[in-house]
Design a protein. Sequence first.
Length: 269
Amino acid sequence: MPTECPECSSELVRLDGEVALRCINPKCPAQIREGLIHFVSRTAMNIDSLGEKVISLLFKEELIQDVADIYKLTYDQLIALERMGDKSVNKLLQAIEASKTNSLEKLLFGLGIRHVGSKAAKTLAREFGTMEALSKASREELTAINEIGDKMADSIVAYFELEEVHALLNELDAAGVNLTFKGQRAVAIEDVDSIFAGKTVVLTGKLHQLTRNEAKEKLEALGANVAGSVSKKTDLVVAGEDAGSKLAKAESLGVMVWDEERLIEELNK
Ligand SMILES: [Zn+2]
């Protein structure tokens, strides 16, 4: 196994609970390039025409060093690159422009904060509403939220303590990148008159009258948080046909269990 990063020669480290060795040098070209590729990916900022190849090229040409640089790219810089024609440059600039209006969760996920996946990013965006509010959140405020565990909370707090992060966010703001959540806020959800508001619900087994996704969407629209696994924080498990281990776990934890009929009945109220 290598002990040094093949790109920057820093010593690789094994982080808590992980098998793989990682390069943790924030200035490592491989880390920066991967971070940029992650930033533009579909679940993140979704800058379609900015694929891995173009990113690598822009990085090699030193036109982008961090994600804020993406918003400073000019037509002249891009047209000078190999294999970039007028049409593709314009398309790329339009895609970059369009990404500025993304809702907060996409940017939040795109920043690549350790342990913050796309689902957590959405939860955080919904809870805090703005990047600024999130950046000031304490560990206690974060762990009070369902789904946000100690590890993620520590990682978020540590991230926003970095001066470089604030500089980067200021740059993004100055470039006109949206830093607010555009969906329905959590506070608003608490006002929804629904027995599902603020409840964590797990769907398991086969449903017949609606698909798992339809059920999820309906529940979320009524203010529920639909989770993938059963824990002490689960308020309700909806068990369809052939429900297995999740149902068993719900029963062992004393979590309320409904069948599909009951769910439909309540959804229709
Ligand atoms: Zn490295």
